[in-house]
Design a protein around this ligand. Structure first.
Ligand code: SF4
Ligand code: SF4
Length: 204
């Protein structure tokens, strides 16, 4: 199915319902606009993001919601998913909307900070917090977290646990799957845009 939807119809709602990421089917259509999702949403507490409003726009076929920058304040905690009285999932609806933007190549600015996550899967076979996040996390969470992180290998060894990074054959398997699926190519595209922007900035 394409990414273009007719205003004022259920095209967008049906597109979301049919998406593999959306696991709650037509519960999307049962939204009673109670606002429980927004009242429990941590993203909404710290931004203008409003999951109830997002669902209302989806159901009204207001496709401008796809371009709403506030959607990017959802961080997929799934609180709305577990509290919605009709079993709807604003969280997953948000994921489908963002994917539409990503597929159109209009969300690279939002993806760039997470390039490190992608390369971690590719190179280590598992996800990992990108190192560019560390300084802020250290400031926000504190020195205890930082010390724990620095000592993690020793802590794991003392507990008789293996290293965090999986064995080479596992990494190779994951890496092959990601390459075949076009994941590496996509990472390189986002990285190229990022690098070009850096060059443009330095020549201004
Ligand atoms: S909690 Fe569920 S029913 Fe209530 S507004 Fe949000 S999505 Fe709709
Ligand atoms: S998953 Fe997103 S929309 Fe749902 S409660 Fe968490 S931040 Fe809010």
């Amino acid at each position: 199915m394409g990414n273009e939807f007719k205003e004022g119809t259920l095209d967008l709602a049906n597109f979301i319902i049919e998406d593999l990421k959306f696991t709650v089917g037509d519960n999307l259509l049962k939204c009673v606009q109670c606002g429980m999702c927004t009242s429990t949403c941590p993203g909404a507490q710290h931004s203008n993001y409003n999951p109830r409003d997002m669902i209302e726009k989806i159901l009204k076929g207001e496709t401008s919601i796809i371009d709403d920058e506030d959607l990017w304040y959802c961080f997929y905690c799934y609180t709305c998913h577990s509290t919605c009285p009709v079993g709807n999932s604003p969280c997953q609806a948000n994921q489908v909307l963002r994917q539409i933007k990503i597929s159109r190549g209009e969300a690279d600015a939002h993806l760039r900070p997470f390039l490190g996550f992608g390369y971690s899967f590719l190179n280590n076979g598992i996800g990992g917090i990108p190192s560019n996040f560390f300084p802020e996390m250290r400031e926000d969470i504190g020195e205890d977290w930082w010390n724990f992180k620095c000592d993690l290998d020793d802590i794991r060894e003392n507990l008789g646990l293996g290293p965090v990074i999986p064995p080479k054959e596992t990494i190779d398997e994951v890496s092959t799957i990601l390459k075949q699926a076009g994941f590496e190519k996509r990472l390189e595209e986002v990285k190229r845009i990022k690098d070009n922007e850096k060059v443009e900035k330095s020549t201004e």
